[in-house]
Design a protein around this ligand. Structure first.
Ligand code: ADP
Length: 425
């Protein structure tokens, strides 16, 4: 029997789950991330569990069903507070799923109020007057307006969230957050009196998140990006410690697979190429032409990689600029192109691990989900941070134990694909 967990988290994609787990670890919690809802009780001694779903872009009813399933499992592990985690760029479609899942969790937890904020200042995500900034620009000018699956064309999160919710959405603006927990608590009481059920919260600094965290102590459900997590462990009496992030020593060959087309990933691919390390592009149209569901492309990639692996990391990528992605989507359809590429990158990742790659970088949220599933990973121990939002993890695959890192699209410095391995060494 393990001790009851303190915080139970539900994340709407795999890299997002890791990002959240990373912030909890940095704030002193020992964390395991599970891939989907475990079938049995937890077998690790940890303070928090992040259940990683792949529910960001699926039908709302299915996202709700999976999230409620995760909630029930977390409750049986003793979770005292529930955290619904979504992307720091509030990635969602016109149907949701942030709003519908939030309201379903509220109903299941019998609570009439929660917050919503993707603020993560360490990664340049700040919310002011309800508007989300990515670095120095508004969300809808950040490149996210061109995302293949969840184009974000409005930076006003009160408006975006209201369009996805049946209950009323309001704002806890920076005036309250800057004053501290008591002012936030008062603002929550005022909003509740107005019939508001969900409040977007401004936060532009870690100090804001710590002040907010203290005000969330007794809130049964918190919904947020990963940033809010830095203010929660203190509510459970925990302080930052390096012990929370210890992993076994790394060994084996090294590779990067990338199915992310985000701006940061495009820069990371270009940087990796500039180092002269071997890189192979996967052409989605060649996949579509394949008479063997892309198996020929997978075999070619693995044969290409084999002779290079002994001398350092290789990169296999479908990463492309927005115009090229649009052209592919116009020919194949958005979902079909996405699924085809994800399936292929995941099969390549599996093949690489079978060839002895035991240190693996995966770029792309959806892509990571596909890779983790293909590798039969059910649970990951969260280790030290490489860049904000991206830690090294350790997991048992059905082939071998691996160190892996799941990098969501816009995270990481330009040299991430080489830096990650030197940090692990
Ligand atoms: P990110 O974290 O950057 O959003 P994701 O992996 O979540 O990355 O999403 C990228 C989506 O784009 C995936 O479904 C992927 O299969 C798809 N994709 C990748 N490369 C291409 C390409 N060259 N053309 C069209 N779609 C692509």
């Amino acid at each position: 029997m393990t001790s009851p967990i303190k915080l139970g988290c539900i994340a709407d994609d795999f890299t997002g789950a890791t990002d959240l787990a990373n912030n909890l670890v940095r704030s002193g919690m020992r964390v395991v991330q599970t891939i989907g809802v475990p079938s049995g009780p937890l077998n690790a001694e940890v303070d928090a569990v992040v259940v990683a779903l792949k529910s960001r872009t699926i039908a709302p009813a299915e996202a709700i069903a999976q999230s409620l399933d995760a909630l029930r499992w977390l409750q049986t592990q003793g979770a005292e507070q529930i955290y619904f985690k979504y992307c720091s760029t509030f990635d969602s479609t016109a149907q949701g799923n942030i709003g519908p899942v939030t309201e379903a969790l509220m109903q299941a937890l019998n609570t009439d109020f929660t917050i919503a904020t993707p603020a993560f200042p360490d990664n340049g995500r700040t919310v002011f007057k309800g508007y989300l900034f990515v670095g120095d620009v508004l969300l809808n000018e950040s490149g996210m307006q061109n995302h293949p699956l969840t184009p974000m064309t409005d930076a006003n999160l009160v408006r975006v969230m209201q369009a996805q919710c049946t209950g009323k959405v309001g704002l806890i603006d920076h005036r309250a957050v800057a004053q501290g927990a008591a002012a936030v608590t008062q603002r929550i009481a005022d909003l509740k009196a107005q019939g508001i059920r969900v409040a977007v919260v401004d936060a532009v600094s870690n100090d804001d998140l710590h002040r907010l965290g203290a005000a969330l102590k007794d809130m049964p459900l918190v919904t947020a990006g990963s940033g809010v997590a830095i203010g929660l462990p203190a509510n459970f009496g925990l302080k930052p410690t390096p012990q929370a992030s210890v992993l076994p020593p790394a060994s084996g060959l090294q590779a990067v697979v990338s199915g992310s087309c985000s701006q940061a990933t495009n820069r990371q691919v270009a940087h990796f190429q500039s180092t002269g390390r071997p890189a192979l592009a996967i052409d989605p149209l060649a996949l579509a032409r394949s008479t063997r569901q892309g198996d020929d492309v997978v075999e070619h990639a693995l044969a290409w990689a084999a002779p290079h692996l002994a001398s350092g990391p290789v990169l296999v990528y479908s990463t492309a600029e927005p115009d090229a992605v649009k052209a592919v989507q116009a020919q194949l359809g958005v979902e079909a192109a996405g699924a085809l590429v994800e399936h292929t990158i995941a099969a390549i990742a599996r093949g690489l691990v079978a060839h002895g790659v035991h240190q693996l970088v995966v770029a792309g949220g959806e892509t990571s989900g596909a890779c983790v599933q293909a590798l039969g990973i059910t649970q990951m121990q969260i280790g030290p941070q490489i860049d904000p939002g991206v830690p090294w993890c350790h997991a048992q695959t059905d082939l071998a134990p691996v160190h892996l890192t799941l990098k969501s699209g816009n995270f990481g410095t330009d040299d991430f694909f080489t830096k990650a391995f030197s940090q692990l060494a």
